[in-house]
Design a protein around this ligand. Structure first.
Ligand SMILES: *Cc1c(COP(=O)(O)O)cnc(C)c1O
Length: 357
């Protein structure tokens, strides 16, 4: 089979090594003669996987011994849009509106309490990250989205506030180094840089594990924590895939090494987009994402030709999000430098092809 170059925004590709080990475990997990799909989530084997995942997440984010707990929950980022306010919103929460995902989080929070939108980049179709805004005194938490997957913008600095900072890191967790201790709660749907869909990873400071008896147990972070993540059956396979992928990440040198490669990949590709006269980038330069590179054709009439060209090159997953159109190349951790080099060669070739006509 010809190699496919997959730049899909999510569910996103993981490393082939991870796939191979996962495939083995589907048939015979750890030489037990059982599939990973048929072992008990209370077995020693699974408990040890869960414990490793906990430990590795904290290590990779330099959050060991700082009072953080990691939860591997059935769900998705959208589930956390609801769970966060249900657990943390008592009076008023602040939200930074940087796009559709932030909007969805805002809509869920509004069902629970007061929401103050402290800043928005809607005026320019979310092509930038707002700066220099005023924060209200009273906030139960301030919610932000570190990487805006649809628009290709990324936050490089985070607001300085006394309120707990809550961050949707679905599309850039483990891709770069940050001071993660500035956040009270980090969450991510797993299908971009962690694992497969069906799992959300929540990293929460113990001080935020308060009890709200008015919400169903399955939505309560405290309940999940008190049951050691086994309040109900966790998504066992997705957790196992997380275990494999975190191991892979550590072998690559961790978040710092990953960031170095991610910067190289993004820099090369943005350079090509800026130099290739057929394309232009849609995000403001200073806020460009390392994970999702969004661009458009200068002449939209070339789109059929470009789509066909890309398909013939075995490149897939670069269609822009249906809300914004255009193109989007996602450069998550498992996308290699040589995958990006290949894509760039193809973009140049397309430029030449158009030139010749
Ligand atoms: C993909 C994505 C989501 C939605 O994730 P689900 O797991 O499908 O709910 C939310 N936020 C961000 C930043 C995303 O990239």
């Amino acid at each position: 089979m010809m190699k496919k170059y997959n730049f899909c925004a999510g569910p996103a590709p993981l490393s082939p090594e991870v796939y191979q080990k996962a495939a083995e475990a589907l048939e015979n997990f750890n030489d037990t003669g059982l599939s990973i799909l048929e072992i008990s989530h209370r077995s020693d084997a699974f408990l040890s996987i869960l414990a490793d995942c906990n430990k590795w997440v904290l290590e990779l984010l330099s959050l060991e011994n700082k009072g953080y707990q990691v939860l591997f929950l059935q769900g998705s980022a959208s589930m956390e849009f609801a769970r966060v306010p249900l657990n943390l919103l008592k009076t008023q929460a602040g939200y930074i509106d940087t796009g559709v995902w932030a909007q969805k989080a805002i809509n869920e929070a509004r069902k629970v309490g007061q929401v103050k939108i402290v800043a928005s980049s809607e005026d320019k179709n979310y092509s930038y990250i707002p700066q220099g805004y005023h924060l209200p005194e009273q906030m139960d938490y301030l919610h932000c989205t570190s990487n805006n997957t649809i628009y290709g913008t990324q936050m490089n600095n985070f607001p300085d506030t006394n309120a707990p900072l809550v961050c949707d890191m679905s599309s850039d967790i483990f891709s770069r180094k940050l001071d993660f201790s500035q956040f009270g709660l980090i969450y991510a749907g797993a299908q971009k840089n962690i694992s497969t869909s069906g799992l959300s990873v929540v990293i929460i400071h113990e001080s935020l594990l308060s009890e709200n008896v008015n919400i169903p147990n399955v939505l309560s972070y405290k309940q999940h924590f008190q049951h050691n993540g086994l309040y109900h059956t966790p998504p066992v396979f997705a957790v196992y895939l997380t275990w494999l992928n975190l191991q892979w990440l550590i072998q690559q040198g961790g978040v710092e090494a990953m960031e170095k490669i991610n910067r190289q990949k993004a820099t090369m590709l943005y350079q090509e987009i800026d130099n290739n006269y057929l394309f232009f980038g849609t995000a403001q330069k200073q806020d460009r994402s390392l994970m999702n590179v969004c661009f458009r054709l200068v002449d939209e009439n070339l789109s059929t030709q470009f789509d066909r060209f890309i398909e013939n090159k075995n490149i897939t997953g670069i269609r822009g999000h249906r809300y914004v159109g255009g193109y989007r190349v996602s450069l998550y951790n498992a996308v290699t430098l040589s995958d990006v080099e290949y894509l760039i060669t193809c973009l140049k070739e397309f430029e030449n092809e158009v030139d010749r006509r």
